[in-house]
Ligand binder design. Structure first.
Ligand SMILES: Nc1nc2c(c(=O)[nH]1)N[C@H]1C(S)=C(S)[C@@H](COP(=O)(O)O)O[C@H]1N2
Ligand SMILES: [Mo]
Length: 260
């Protein structure tokens, strides 16, 4: 969804060579869109830096890695804004999974494997490096707003606690991350590549303050490459799977990935 289309000359005003160039450019972008996510996926899946995959993989993957790094470092970063552009009174929308009181003994429940779930506190999450993000939050219902979020990168969190990898094979990642509210009233599934994106946050601050209940206290997902519906508020449990985790709005007819 391109909300900021570049101004474009009417086709008829363009000489033929320019039209061809445009077409080629469009084709090139299409080809890039088709190939890059695979590069990203392979890079993530096999990166020697992530989860300790073996060195020999490196040479084979150099090409993909180059593509992936470029992809992550600029092309695929959502646009960010100066702090003073952020809404002072951020909009609120969607209260599924928030209508029951936040459990007083809330802990983030993470399924590593069936035998030993992890239970983490906000203090644990706050020990990870904090990242701030000012970007245009978009809801599928047609509104968007520049907002200022802060929290830990989901990628850092997964790496720190050795999460998301297959039991007995630390170099292989599950395909999906599932998240749900403590009362299971709202739930989403996210593809692993999007979960590991550097702008995907476990957010616990909005405008520099702890986030309110309505915005998803104590911690919510901020995943700027996806529409609002995937940005689950009040995370209760996180789990990993190779099949698509159930997803509240996908069950009600929306696209599963909802990428921007
Ligand atoms: N738990 C929960 N998270 C949710 C929702 C919800 O109903 N319940 N709605 C989603 C939708 S549709 C949007 S647009 C955003 C809104 O987040 P906000 O209230 O912080 O603006 O939260 C998303 N996360
Ligand atoms: Mo939304």
């Amino acid at each position: 969804m391109n909300t900021n289309p570049e101004p474009k000359l009417p086709e008829s005003d363009l000489p033929e060579s320019a039209v061809r160039r445009q077409t080629l450019k469009a084709f090139g972008l299409f080809a890039l869109a088709a190939t890059v996510p695979i590069g990203v996926y392979l890079w993530i899946k096999n990166s020697p830096n992530l989860y300790g995959a073996k060195k020999p993989l490196r040479r084979v993957l150099d090409a993909n890695e180059t593509i992936a790094r470029t992809y992550f470092s600029n092309a695929n970063l959502v646009k960010t804004y100066p702090l003073d552009r952020a809404a002072k009174q951020p909009r609120q929308n969607g209260y599924d999974g928030l209508r029951t009181p936040l459990p007083a003994d809330w802990k983030l429940h993470v399924d590593r494997d069936e035998q030993n779930p992890l239970y983490l506190t906000m203090d644990d999450i706050r020990t990870l490096p904090k990242h701030e993000l000012v970007y245009d939050f978009k809801c599928v219902e047609g509104w968007s707003q520049i907002q200022h979020w802060g929290g830990a990168r989901l990628a850092d969190f997964l790496e720190r606690y050795k999460l998301g990898t297959k039991p007995g094979n630390a170099s292989e990642l599950f395909e999906y991350v599932g998240l749900e509210t403590p009362d299971k009233g709202y739930y989403v599934g996210i593809d692993m590549a999007s979960a590991l994106h550097s702008q995907t946050l476990l957010a616990y601050e909005l405008n520099g303050q702890p986030i309110s209940n309505a915005h998803g206290a104590p911690v919510r997902l901020i995943i700027p490459h996806k529409y609002g519906v995937k940005n689950l508020k009040r995370i209760g449990r996180i789990f990993f799977s190779d099949t698509r985790p159930r997803d509240f709005w996908a069950e009600r007819g929306y696209d599963y990935y909802l990428g921007l």
